[in-house]
Write a protein that binds this ligand. Structure first.
Ligand code: A3P
Length: 312
């Protein structure tokens, strides 16, 4: 089993600072805040890049460090960095609806991903990051933890249901990873429209800009940040991040690595395959059946299954 910790009843990975997590939950959103909310491994980073490109008219993140301060991960980095970040910008969080800092004036983009691909992606994530101590773990063990809702950030289904109930709120925009893959251009426009009519208009009138954003948010383009991620946690500057003070929670992660003598694997693949259907390479027929049964039981009173009509 991967190594986890429990903070106030929430399962977290061992390198999360409890102070930052609590601070994140108490963060008071500003009216112009834009949250990117997901269960882990559902397309968070991709959405962060898309939003940043839209808000900055095709200007993309130049480094892994820049992402950390211009689209901070609320519970991991701590709330302070979100308070001072340049706006308009987005804040990343994996918090379920009931714990997520809420303001009716803030905007929330929720990305949902089919649970089988999410599970496979989370398996790779858990094997890759040394704080999980799961580098020798296997998929079958991880599957049991996922289906029982015992990974960090808790139960996939409860998370999805908590946000799905709000999908029609005027300040919530729900997309699936699969619709983003299937028609990325349409997904970018949907996000732009939600961020403000001026952004949609900008893209509708400038196809070059749209093509630039499609390129800068592609898997191949974003893979360049993988290498920087390894460097950031294991050998980068400890005190500063993108020219400013290192966010408190990230300092905590670095100290955790140092204290436990942890290192990133040679090949870090935070941006990995970026495809749909990879689950077929991992799930046994029995695992697939069990996950669908769990999905059906959990979502029976909702129309969530419609999100992935072609996949189940
Ligand atoms: P896989 O592991 O299935 O490849 P998150 O950002 O929420 O951690 O999600 C990670 C998943 O999103 C990974 O899925 C990753 O490869 C995928 N991803 C990252 N960037 C992407 C992009 N530009 N397009 C499509 N998928 C992307």
């Amino acid at each position: 089993k991967p190594k986890y910790q429990v903070i106030d009843g929430l399962i977290m990975n061992a390198s999360v600072s409890s102070k930052c997590l609590r601070g994140a939950i108490q963060y008071k959103p500003r009216d112009d805040d834009i949250f990117i909310v997901t269960f882990p491994k559902c397309g968070t980073t991709w959405a962060q890049h898309i939003v940043h490109n839209i808000l900055n008219k095709g200007e993309t993140f130049r480094s892994y460090e820049e992402i950390k301060v211009r689209s901070p991960f609320l519970e991991m980095s701590g709330p302070k960095i979100a308070e001072v970040m340049p706006r308009p910008g987005s804040i990343k969080t994996h918090l379920p609806f009931n714990l997520c800092p809420y303001s009716p004036s803030a905007k929330y983009i929720y990305i949902a991903r089919n649970p089988r691909d999410c599970c496979v992606s989370y398996y790779h994530h858990t094997k890759m990051l040394p704080e999980y101590h799961f580098e020798n773990g296997n998929f079958d063990d991880f599957f049991e933890i996922f289906i029982d809702g015992e990974t960090d950030w808790g139960d996939y289904f409860d998370h999805l249901i908590s946000w799905y109930e709000h999908r029609n709120d005027p300040n919530v925009c729900l997309l699936t990873y699969e619709e983003m893959k299937n028609d990325t251009r349409a997904a970018i426009l949907k996000i732009a429209r939600f961020l403000g009519p001026q952004y949609a208009e900008m893209l509708e009138n400038d196809d070059k800009l749209m093509l630039k954003i499609l390129d800068q948010t592609s898997v191949s383009y974003m893979k360049r940040f993988n290498k920087e991620m390894k460097h950031f946690y294991t050998s980068g500057n400890k005190d500063t991040c993108h020219g400013q003070e290192m966010p408190e929670g990230l300092k905590h992660v670095r100290e955790y690595y140092e204290k436990h003598n942890l290192n990133m694997p040679f090949e870090v693949e935070f941006v990995r395959k970026g495809s749909t259907g990879d689950w077929k390479n991992y799930f046994s027929p029995d695992q697939s059946k069990r996950l669908i049964e769990k999905f059906d039981a959990k979502t029976k009173d909702t129309d969530i299954p419609k999100l992935w009509e072609n996949l189940f």
